[in-house]
Design a protein around this ligand. Sequence first.
Ligand code: GLN
Length: 298
Amino acid sequence: MSPSDPVVPEDVSGAVPAGRSEPPGTPSGRDPLRIVHIYPHLLGTYGDAGNALVLGQRARSRGIPVEIITVQPGEPVPAQGDIYLLGGGEDAKQTAAAHELREDGGILVAARRGAAILGICAGYQLLGETFLGVGGAVTPGLGLLDVRTGRLEQRAVGNILARPAADTWLPDLIGFENHGGATTLGPGAGALGYVTVGVGNGDGRETEGAVQGVVFGTYLHGPALALNPAFADRLLATAVGDLAPLDDLLSDRLRHHRLTEVLPASARAGRVDRITALLRGRKPTGASGATASLSEVP
Ligand code: GLN
């Protein structure tokens, strides 16, 4: 154990604070899926709170009872959650959140149990080994992803499109990024995808995000799970197994608009010019969660 290793408390009881959206035990006979939404007041830029709503709604639509547990700073982080969500935030809030989460230890116990975790931007960076906190100080993260975050030369702000890494089995990842951090992956973490428009990790290898087991990090705001419902289902599946398909007409339309109008415009505006007019005219497939893939676009 190195000095930077997190201290994990032995207590795994995971007391659940106020904020339940439904009482435990439901007519469906199964315990609710516990979605733990971490520090939304510190980590919640660009609508990241929507990720909890999307996960909850996609589970309920399939008859799965849901309990969304919102944890504020100073409250214990329950260790018995199924899926943990952390959003984005400014450097000072990110530093404070990382410190509190390390002290609390609940999310570290949950990770050892195999709970799924999704960190967005600041939430992504603080899941890693180190990031640059207030005043550019190298600050320890939670050590749940083998990534380290330094600084980009120029802040990355704008729309982002990433071709997913093959083993993620996800369609193209779309969102909005706004970060000064540049994240480098160590051998323990895989890239979530490869940037087609935008900056992503900014590591010079065109990677975006990271995945290590069922711990995921990404620079995608939007909120990410509203724009990428297949990603939401991937997280849900870690907790509940196979999922029935949903009618995703609305999110397919939203994705189609982003893919055919917004992202090509971003590319033309000079962010990255490898996306072409070939994007125009593509239609959504209509299949659940799956939209026209841009992976083969040169
Ligand atoms: N403070 C971090 C950065 O600028 C994360 C920003 C964010 O979460 N949007 O890199």
